[in-house]
Design a protein around this ligand. Structure first.
Ligand code: AMP
Ligand code: MG
Length: 500
């Protein structure tokens, strides 16, 4: 195995002294590579063939890293369920370094589950196989749906047992991210009143993720605005596919605008804005419909963390800085709505913007509530309905509703709206199918894949599910079994657990 398959750069370690601790992965007993992401390896310019090997297992478990690899544990803080923890950090993760991908983009490569670090607190630093596979599956699904996300490059089992509610196989995930800088990274520095480091960190983020801001007036205010913009778009994308992150703590929100930290996340099946899957989210803080206001709340924490820089930028006029930051935070909701409605228009097959569209979109969702309607299927059935200029193909959609009378008022409104656009019905249906997924990582399918792998060492369901999710928009006969939601009673009690 040539040790030069990776050539890591380490700008984070070089530029941000004090924001990390050099640290090594724990020794693992018997690493076995269970999955290498060939497409992603190619994108990173890595030799996928060479890495898909026992040597790859050594690398992706941290047992034998390429020479010169300087692994670090990153420091960060964060608001968890509203409460501030001044020091979280990589308690079971390590950053290996950065590579430049085929598009010239700098990407972090990191381990998750690689053992205790100085930030582990009470944790064992390990990851269990189930959560590693969940993160692999959901990240790839999100990527295929076109939603910015970190991705899994590899998953290995360690040959060790980790203790959770029961003994489970240990695993390490190798994660690729635009960067691992979080809202909590900024909170960490500001809580320690390290203004010089704060400036370095902000400059680093601007250079890496928002280089266009460098030459603008008030670049730090620009940074806050740009992050708000990316997050508004990201959360809108989540909402448009029914994704529930589950643990939107500020340490799980990136500055890059990628989705990160797939713990108790899951996709909503039956439409209900109050849906919560995470077992620890007893108050429903991170429920489906709360995600936009929670993102806004997290961004307010970012604004607070940036305040020393914002004030300096306004000639030390703190009040003026606060005022300007508030304006940006107040713009989040309308920006979010803009992106959400843009997505909903496309989902509904609308090509023009009209004033009534917001109400049309909201009313479609309102009509689903309490009807046991699968969110994903509803939009596919609506595409079926769009295939005819009249009501002749609306039956499949109606069948999803316990009581379809909610559609009696809505469908004619929608039809009047689309018929006024002059797009051929078949073309419209095609366009709708091209962006309303038929395949999402359905909860029962995810559980099935995890259980087979964890309990039986059988990775076939995991592999099959990954294959299905790779092309979420093109319906295929052989994948018919992946389109159905779990039954209402199954999904009523569905719970997910943090990967800790
Ligand atoms: P999460 O909610 O999974 O993003 O994790 C929140 C914090 O807990 C981060 O600082 C993690 O590094 C840490 N953490 C989570 N699980 C473990 C674990 N098994 N061992 C040590 N630290 C952990
Ligand atoms: Mg986290």
């Amino acid at each position: 195995m040539p040790s030069n398959v990776f050539s890591f750069d380490n700008t984070y370690a070089r530029d941000l002294e004090g924001m990390y601790v050099p640290w090594k992965a724990a020794e693992v007993a018997e690493p076995k590579l269970i999955k290498l992401n060939h497409a992603l390896a190619d994108e990173l310019g890595l030799d996928a063939e060479a890495l898909d090997s026992p040597e790859g297992a050594q690398i992706f478990s941290g047992k034998k890293l390429p020479e010169g690899t300087a692994t670090i544990a990153q420091a960060y803080a964060g608001h968890q369920f509203g409460g501030f923890s001044p020091q979280l950090g990589d308690g079971r993760a390590l950053l290996l370094g950065e590579v430049i991908d085929k598009h010239g983009k700098r990407r972090d490569i990191a381990f998750k589950g690689s053992g205790r670090t100085p930030f582990s607190r009470g944790g064992d630093g390990k990851a269990a196989l189930g959560p590693v596979l969940r993160e692999y599956i959901i990240g790839e699904a999100m990527h295929a749906l076109g939603i910015p996300t970190t991705r899994a490059l590899a998953a290995v089992t360690t040959g060790e047992t980790v203790r959770r509610e029961r003994n489970l196989p240990g695993a390490v995930l190798t994660r690729v991210a635009a960067s691992h800088i979080r809202v909590g990274t900024f909170e960490f520095v500001t809580a320690r009143r390290e203004d010089a480091t704060l400036r370095k960190l902000a400059d680093y983020v601007i250079a890496r993720h928002y280089p266009e801001l460098k030459s603008q007036v008030d670049p730090y205010l620009g940074l806050l605005r740009a992050v708000c913009e990316r997050q508004a778009e990201l959360i809108a994308r989540w909402m448009n596919v029914g994704f529930i992150h589950g643990v939107m703590n500020t340490d799980n929100m990136t500055l890059s605008g990628e989705t990160i930290d797939y713990g108790p996340c899951a996709f909503m099946d039956h439409y209900n804005p109050a849906t919560v899957f995470s077992s620890i989210d007893e108050q429903g803080r991170y429920a489906y419909a709360n995600q936009p206001p929670i993102a806004n709340w997290n961004l307010a924490r970012l604004a607070e963390a940036l305040l020393p820089l914002l004030a300096a930028e306004q000639n030390d006029d703190q009040e003026r800085a606060v005022q300007k930051a508030m304006e940006i935070l107040e713009a989040f909701q309308p920006r979010y709505e803009h992106y959400w409605l843009r997505g909903m228009r496309l989902k509904l097959g609308l090509t023009r913007d009209e004033a009534e569209d917001l109400a049309l979109a909201q009313d479609f969702l309102k009509g689903m509530e309490g009807q046991g309607v699968d969110f994903t299927q509803a939009f596919r059935r609506l595409a079926d309905a769009a295939e005819a200029a009249d009501a002749s193909r609306e039956g499949w959609l109606r069948k999803l509703y316990a009581d379809d009378s909610a559609l009696n008022g809505w469908l004619p409104r929608w039809r009047a709206r689309i018929n006024g656009e002059g797009v051929a019905p078949v073309r419209r249906a095609q366009a709708m199918r091209a962006l309303n997924p038929v395949y999402i990582p359905r909860n029962d399918r995810v559980e099935e894949a995890l259980a087979a792998a964890v309990d039986l060492g059988d990775y076939a369901p995991f592999e099959r599910l990954l294959t299905v999710l790779q092309q979420p928009f093109a319906e295929k006969m052989e994948f018919a079994a992946y389109t159905e939601p779990a039954t209402a009673s199954e999904s009523a009690g569905y719970q997910t657990f943090c990967g800790t």
